[in-house]
Design a protein around this ligand. Structure first.
Ligand SMILES: [Zn+2]
Ligand SMILES: [Zn+2]
Length: 402
């Protein structure tokens, strides 16, 4: 392991930021406390702050101008947590009921603050400009934070960009990435059912939306298994189903809502899935005498890593962790990541860093007991800072390429 000098020493500070954020998780676009912490720390490092530049009010960019010529390189962290209960028994567990940093965005934010601190301390050795992008709402709600940041134009001058995500597939010291298409497109959906509520003893006097919703859940499972080209991967998941009052035993409800997500690697497949979903919802509702609407919320396109930038980041990462700890993934992930919006506009690389705890059971992202090994943080901080330095050594992109 070849951490950048001084990175390991930043771990106590980075860990304390991470635990502070972890204990006070906030949902997408509501990262007020987290955003204030980020602003306070960036300011203390002597970085310029860019705030209030788009609809995503909690977004913060720290700007480090070295005053020397060179490209503009952006590094990104996401700040939002998930709507779920933290079930860990640790001193820094979530103090906000029903909200939990179960995807590691607390660690991403703290690590990027650490990189900002390191770069600020080493600014005399750098040239060009660095933009540290702290983004809200990676997990939604639609349209997510990255799209709003990109559309604001605040990154129009950026030549190259890098983002990272923790991974529980490996322990600290491993870096994983893939050139080209690396992650799926993502859409969310809600299916609203409405009908005539009735007494549980007289289902014939109204509509049974619970049976209707169950038929829809079953039918949606046949899209991937029976209706799509078997060689075209896709995922259709219904992740919540709400109907009736908890504990109600004799009331059939007048409303039901199903929510979930769709992942694909091809825009044609993506549209076909929604066309089939619409047909299924309408036909099953017609069969049951109720009405249904499918509300599609497109989140992000598939994520494509730029081959040249990715090759440079792979070399930078290998300098830190060694070639034998650099894992080149050959299949894209069905996970989606709104970093895709940046990668559509800016030659970028998104990589994963191993962060699985070395002892005890390993719970993956979005599990209520998810946690990570903070020893992974100086590793990703070193990789990100080294990647930034390598990219700052490249020529800025030509205007015609933008
Ligand atoms: Zn997540
Ligand atoms: Zn995540």
């Amino acid at each position: 392991m070849n951490l950048l000098p001084g990175m390991e020493e930043l771990l106590p500070q980075v860990s304390s930021w991470r635990r502070e954020i972890h204990a006070h998780p906030e949902l997408g676009f509501q990262e007020v406390r987290t955003s204030a912490l980020v602003r306070r720390e960036l300011e203390a490092m002597g970085l310029e702050l860019i705030t209030d530049f788009c609809e995503a009010k909690t977004a913060v960019i720290g700007l480090l101008r070295t005053g020397r010529e060179g490209p503009v390189v952006a590094l990104r962290a996401d700040m939002d947590a998930l709507p779920m209960q933290d079930e860990k028994d640790v001193p820094y567990r979530s103090q906000n009921p029903g909200v939990c940093h179960a995807c590691g965005h607390d660690a991403h934010t703290a690590a990027l603050l650490g990189v900002a601190r390191w770069c600020s301390d080493h600014r005399e050795e750098l040239h060009g400009t660095l933009k540290f992008v702290f983004q809200p709402a990676e997990e939604g709600p639609a349209p997510g934070g990255a799209k709003l940041i990109v559309e604001s134009g605040i990154l129009d001058d950026v030549d190259y960009m890098v983002g990272a995500h923790q991974a529980s597939a490996a322990g600290p010291g491993y870096i994983m990435t893939k050139s080209g298409v690396a992650a799926a497109s993502g859409d969310f959906f809600d299916i609203h059912l409405s009908g005539k509520g009735t007494h549980g003893a007289s289902p014939d006097c109204g509509n049974d939306l619970i049976v209707t919703a169950s038929q829809i859940v079953e039918a949606l499972q046949t899209i991937v298994s029976r209706r799509l080209d078997p060689l075209q991967p896709a995922v259709v998941s219904v992740c919540s189903l709400h109907a009736g009052e908890p504990g109600a035993k004799n009331v059939l409800p007048a409303k039901a809502i199903l929510s979930g997500t769709v992942r694909t690697f091809d825009e044609g497949v993506r549209d076909k899935v929604f066309e089939l979903m619409e047909q299924m919802v309408q036909n099953i509702c017609a069969l049951n005498g109720c009405t249904g609407t499918l509300d599609r919320q497109p989140m992000f396109p598939s994520l494509a890593n730029d081959p040249r930038v990715t090759a440079l980041v792979i070399d930078a990462a290998a300098d830190v962790v060694g070639r034998d700890h650099m894992i080149l993934i050959d299949q894209p992930s069905t996970g989606s990541e709104d970093f895709a919006w940046y990668s559509q506009r800016i030659p970028s690389c998104f990589y994963m860093f191993g962060a699985a705890p070395s002892s005890g059971p390993v719970y993956g992202g979005h599990h209520p007991k998810f946690d990570l090994d903070e020893n992974a943080l100086p590793v990703t901080m070193s990789v990100m800072a080294r990647a930034a330095m390598v990219l700052l050594d490249q020529a800025p992109r030509k205007k015609s390429d933008r």
